[in-house]
Design a protein. Structure first.
Length: 341
């Protein structure tokens, strides 16, 4: 395959052999004016504005710190997203895996990460996307149970080979590692949250009706014999700290401006309007009719949906509500209005 390379610094030098072994490099590009109009191994280094002069299959962005910025620069120049490969996504691959990865990337597919609070209506939203034309529900993790749902890069690599639009629903907090995975695989991110008072009741329902296995807290074996208020207090003391961690991590992330924040309340009040807004913001090519058809199809399906009562957390005893408010008080400058605080 024909390739061009953006970036000629140390990051490229370290990985140059890998690229040169597997691709016919036509040209280099660099934003550094000093490097422009020079040559590397008899291959010219040009100003990025010349990128459209070449017929190539893939452009490798060989920059660790500025990869995402350069990707945006190339998109603005008119380079199709599927032709842009960030160097950080390929440096640990074998020659065969590298070629397979690039061939899969060229056949572009939408990849959505639905990062969500548990009991926030995430299963419903995932299935709504899964009901859209050419979309599939997938997992970005190999196991669940008591395991933290950190995204598995190997799992995403495997999914790329299927060339399918997909959405994965994960209870995953933001971290630098998560950001790198998002950038590497060009994931579009929805962060789904819910009124934290309502969450307490929904967690309790889940524990009673489904499972008490969770990575957020270990439940004593006799917990289901407790009075409700004690169970609610356990949920607040032991599980809600994870919710605050989830919320604060995404709200303070360095990719916050590229994330779509959605609340359970606003989605459930008008599913079609909110689904339409999300698809528009994510640049998903889908019609109003297809969205309505997808939502209608869920009416006859089991979605593990929460009891759809907005504001049920108002019934929580005031002393327990105050415990939750005190948690948010540790974050003096953070806006918790999205979760009802």
């Amino acid at each position: 395959m024909n390739a061009v390379v953006f970036g000629t610094g140390r990051y490229y030098e370290i990985n140059s052999t890998l690229l040169e072994r597997n691709f016919d490099i036509l040209c280099f590009f660099d934003n550094d004016q000093i490097k422009q109009d020079t040559v590397i191994n008899n291959i010219p280094v040009l100003h990025p504005s010349r990128v459209l002069d070449f017929n190539f299959d893939v452009i490798f962005v060989m920059s660790g710190a500025f990869g995402k910025v350069i990707q945006r620069q190339l998109l603005d120049l008119g380079i199709p997203r599927q032709k842009i490969v960030l160097g950080m996504s390929i440096v640990h691959l074998s020659d065969c895996d590298l070629v397979n990865y690039v061939q899969c990337k060229i056949v572009y597919a939408e990849k959505i990460l639905l990062a969500c609070m548990p009991k926030s209506g995430s299963t419903y939203i995932r299935k709504a996307f899964g009901a859209l034309p050419n979309f599939k529900e997938v997992n970005f993790v190999p196991f669940y149970g008591g395991r933290e749902q950190e995204i598995c890069e190997f799992t995403i690599h495997r999914l790329l080979s299927k060339h399918e639009n997909c959405i994965a629903q994960q209870h995953v907090r933001y971290s630098v590692a998560t950001s790198q995975v998002i950038n590497t695989f060009d994931l579009k991110v929805i962060v789904l949250v819910r009124n934290v008072f309502d969450v307490v009741f929904s967690i309790y329902d889940h524990l009673i009706n489904e499972s008490a296995t969770s990575p957020m807290a270990f439940f004593p074996f006799d917990w289901n014999t407790w009075e409700r208020e004690r169970a609610y207090e356990f949920i607040i003391d032991m599980i809600l700290p994870w919710y605050f961690n989830f919320y604060a991590s995404w709200m303070n992330s360095d990719i916050k401006d590229n994330i779509i924040f959605v609340t359970y309340d606003e989605f459930m009040k008008n599913k079609f309007e909110k689904m339409n807004d999300i698809c528009h913001d994510l640049e998903i090519d889908v019609s109003d009719f297809e969205i309505r058809l997808a939502l209608d199809s869920l009416k006859s399906k089991k979605t593990r949906k929460n009891i759809g009562i907005l504001g049920r957390g108002n019934a929580l005893p005031e002393v327990l509500k105050e415990k939750i408010r005190k948690m948010s008080a540790y974050y003096k400058d953070m806006d918790f209005s999205l979760i009802g605080l």
